[in-house]
Design a protein around this ligand. Structure first.
Ligand code: ADA
Length: 561
C-alpha cells in the first residue's frame, strides 16, 4: 500500500508488492544466499540479518514496454538501482522518495535489482551511528508506472486564504519523454469548485513547471475536529489525444491556515496547544518498514492518550503516515533528516548537500499534506556555532523558497548558547529536567523560557518544548522510585507535562517519546537493551505506568489555548 487514496485513473500504476522478491546479502557469511522476502522489507527482520550492516540486493522481474518510471518511496539508506543489469539510478537517504525513468523498453520481462547499503562511512553525513537505527532494505513501497509521451511529476496545491475567500496556488511539473515537440493542454480540477487550464508546448525531453491559481470560494476548512480533504486532479492532453488524457495525477489538500502571531501558533485563527509525541518509524517486527495497520495502531494509541500532534523525529515520514494524519486531523511537525550532529559532523563535505537535498525531496513530496503545520530542521545540531548558523540559515531559506505557507523551527539542546533563534518563526527546545539533571521541571522550563525572552533573538516568538521525558525499562517496578523504573518515569512526566503546559507563552509539548526504539549498537553504553527506553509504551506498544499519567494530563488540557 502506497497511499490511502487512488492517485491515478489514467496512468497505469502497479505496486511491486504482489509477490515475493529475492533478497541476497552481498557481504558476510551468507553472501549470495537467496531469501524470499516481501517488500517493503528491512533485512533486520530476517533471522540471519538482525544486525547486518552492509550491502544487500533485492531482485524482482516485472513486465513492461515503452516509457516507465520506477518510484521508490524509501530505500535504506543508500540505493543503487539496476534494470536488466544496467545502472538506472542512485539515491542517498532512507526517508525520501526518488524515481528512475526508463524510455523505450522492449516489450517483455525485465529484471530489477535494488542494492541497499546501510553502512556508516564518510560518504554518509546524515546516517551515522546514532540514538536510532539506520536499518537496511527497501523500507517503503516500490511502484511501476507506465507512461506515454509525457507525464506529470508532481501536482502541488497550496491553499491560501484572502479577503474574498480561499484560493489554491497550483504548481504542476511536466516531463516530456518524446523525441518531438508536443502541443499539450493541462487541466487541473478542484472537485466541483472549478477547473483551470493551460495550453502549452513541451519541447522534446523538456521539463516545465506550470503555475495556476484557482478561486475556491467558500470551503469546509481542515482542522483537528473536521479533517475535510478535497481532491485536486491534473490531466495532461497532447495533440494526439485531444479526447483522452495521456496522463493524470490526483492529490488531496485541506483548506487550513497555519501562522504565528506573537507567541501563538494559530490554526485557522485559533491558538493551538500542541500535545504531542516524538515518534520514530520503528518496530521490532518490521524495523522502519511499518505496515499500514501498524502505523494506524500507533495513531490510535496516540489518540487514546489525548495527543493531537506527532513530531516525525528525526526525518521525513512515510506518506501513508501523513495520509492518515490528514484524514484524522492530527497535526504534524515534519523535519529533515538529522539528529545531534556535532560541528565536526556538520563539516563533513557531504553534509550540506545531503541535508538540503533531503529538504527539497521532503517538501516536493509532502507539501500538500494539511496535517504538516511546521517544517523542522537539524535536530540538536551545532546551532551554537558560526558555521552551524550559516547552515541553519541556508536550510531555513531553502524551505521558505519552496513553501511560504508554514512556520519553521528547529529543536535545540544548546540551552543558553543557541545563536540561531533569530532565524525561524518558532523557538523549540529539547529539555530533560529530572532525567539528565535533577533540576525540578517547572524551575528549569521557566529558566530556559525566561532566558529566551530576555537574552535571545527568539524573544516574543512561539515557544515549544519538542522533547521532554524520562527512561523506563518496561516491567521494572520498584517503590524506590529510582531512574529506569516505570514509577520514576511516571513521576517525572507528571512534573514535566505540567511544567510545560502551565508555562505562560508556551504553545505546547512533544513528549520524548512515543515508544521504545532500537538504536545503533555503538550507542549501547547508557542505553539499556541497546534501545532508547523513553517510550510511554515499549517497543511492542505495551503500556508503562506513565501511560495513564500522560492520558490523564493530556485529556485535561484542551487543544486550544
Ligand atoms: C535528544 C535527541 C533524541 C534522543 C533524546 C534522548 O533530545 O533529540 O533523539 O536521543 O535526546 O533520549 O536523550
Amino acid at each position: 500500500m502506497i497511499r490511502t487514496f487512488r492517485t491515478n485513473n489514467i496512468r497505469k500504476v502497479t505496486e511491486l508488492s504482489d509477490s515475493l522478491w529475492r533478497f541476497s546479502p552481498c557481504d558476510g557469511e551468507f553472501a549470495g544466499r537467496i531469501y524470499p522476502v516481501t517488500v517493503p522489507c528491512c533485512w533486520e527482520s530476517l533471522p540471519d540479518f538482525s544486525a547486518y550492516r552492509g550491502v544487500g540486493v533485492f531482485q524482482k522481474e516485472f513486465q513492461a514496454e515503452g516509457n516507465i518510471r520506477l518510484v521508490f518511496k524509501g530505500v535504506s539508506h543508500t540505493a543503487r538501482i539496476c534494470v536488466d543489469g544496467r545502472e538506472a539510478g542512485t539515491h542517498y537517504n532512507a526517508y525520501t522518495p526518488f524515481a528512475v525513468e526508463l524510455k523505450n523498453l522492449e516489450q517483455g520481462i525485465h529484471r530489477l535489482e535494488v542494492y541497499a547499503d546501510n553502512r556508516f562511512s564518510e560518504e554518509s553525513a546524515l546516517h551515522v551511528p546514532n540514538d536510532y537505527m539506520s536499518y537496511g532494505g527497501i523500507s517503503r513501497g516500490v511502484v511501476l508506472e507506465e507512461l506515454g509521451d509525457a507525464y506529470i511529476e508532481y501536482l502541488h496545491a497550496v491553499p491560501v486564504k484572502e479577503e474574498d475567500g480561499w484560493y489554491v496556488l497550483m504548481s504542476v511539473k511536466l516531463h516530456s519523454l518524446a523525441e518531438r515537440d508536443l502541443t499539450c493542454r493541462l487541466d487541473v480540477r478542484l472537485e466541483e469548485k472549478g477547473t483551470v487550464s493551460e495550453k502549452l508546448t513541451l519541447k522534446a525531453g523538456e521539463e516545465k513547471v506550470i503555475e495556476k491559481r484557482l478561486a475556491a470560494g467558500d470551503v469546509e476548512v481542515w482542522d483537528m475536529e473536521t479533517a475535510r480533504l478535497y481532491a485536486v486532479s491534473a490531466e495532461l492532453f497532447t495533440e494526439d489525444s485531444q479526447q483522452a488524457p495521456v496522463d493524470d495525477l490526483i492529490e488531496r489538500l485541506g483548506f487550513r491556515q497555519i501562522r504565528t502571531e506573537g507567541k501563538d501558533i494559530l490554526l485557522n485563527g485559533r491558538k493551538i496547544r500542541i500535545k504531542g509525541f516524538c515518534r520514530h518509524e520503528d518496530h521490532p517486527m518490521f524495523g522502519c518498514a511499518l505496515p499500514f495497520a501498524a502505523i494506524e495502531q500507533d495513531l490510535q494509541i496516540a489518540g487514546d492518550l489525548g495527543a493531537n500532534a506527532i513530531r516525525t523525529s528525526h526525518y521525513p515520514n512515510d506518506e501513508l503516515f501523513l495520509d492518515l494524519c490528514d484524514e484524522q486531523g492530527i497535526l504534524v511537525w515534519e523535519e529533515n533528516h538529522a539528529r545531534g550532529l556535532s560541528l565536526e559532523q556538520m563539516e563533513n563535505p557531504n553534509f550540506e548537500r545531503q541535508a538540503e537535498e533531503c529538504i527539497r525531496e521532503m517538501i516536493t513530496a509532502h507539501i500538500n499534506h494539511p496535517s504538516i503545520i511546521i517544517w523542522g530542521i537539524l535536530n540538536e545540531c551545532a546551532s551554537d556555532t558560526e558555521y552551524g548558523y550559516e547552515c541553519y540559515k541556508k536550510q531555513y531559506e531553502l524551505i521558505r523558497r519552496m513553501d511560504t505557507s508554514r512556520p519553521r523551527s528547529s529543536s535545540s539542546c544548546k540551552f543558553k548558547t543557541d545563536i540561531c533563534f533569530g532565524l525561524p518563526e518558532i523557538v523549540s527546545y529539547n529539555l530533560y529536567p529530572e532525567w539528565y539533571h535533577d533540576t525540578p521541571a517547572a524551575e528549569y522550563v521557566k529558566d530556559i523560557y525566561n532566558w529566551v525572552q530576555e537574552e535571545s533573538e527568539g524573544s516574543g516568538k512561539p515557544f515549544l518544548v519538542t522533547e521532554i521525558g524520562a527512561g523506563a525499562i518496561y516491567g521494572y517496578r520498584t517503590p524506590a522510585l529510582c531512574k529506569w523504573s516505570e514509577e520514576y518515569q511516571a513521576q517525572a512526566l507528571e512534573h514535566q507535562i505540567k511544567a510545560v503546559l502551565e508555562q505562560e507563552g508556551c504553545s505546547g509539548i512533544f513528549i520524548w517519546q512515543f515508544c521504545d526504539v532500537r538504536i545503533s549498537a555503538e550507542w549501547f553504553a547508557n542505553r539499556p537493551r541497546t534501545l532508547n527506553n523513553k517510550g510511554i509504551v515499549d517497543e511492542y506498544r505495551r503500556r508503562k505506568l506513565s501511560y495513564d499519567v500522560v492520558k490523564r494530563l493530556y485529556h485535561s488540557y484542551s487543544d486550544y489555548r
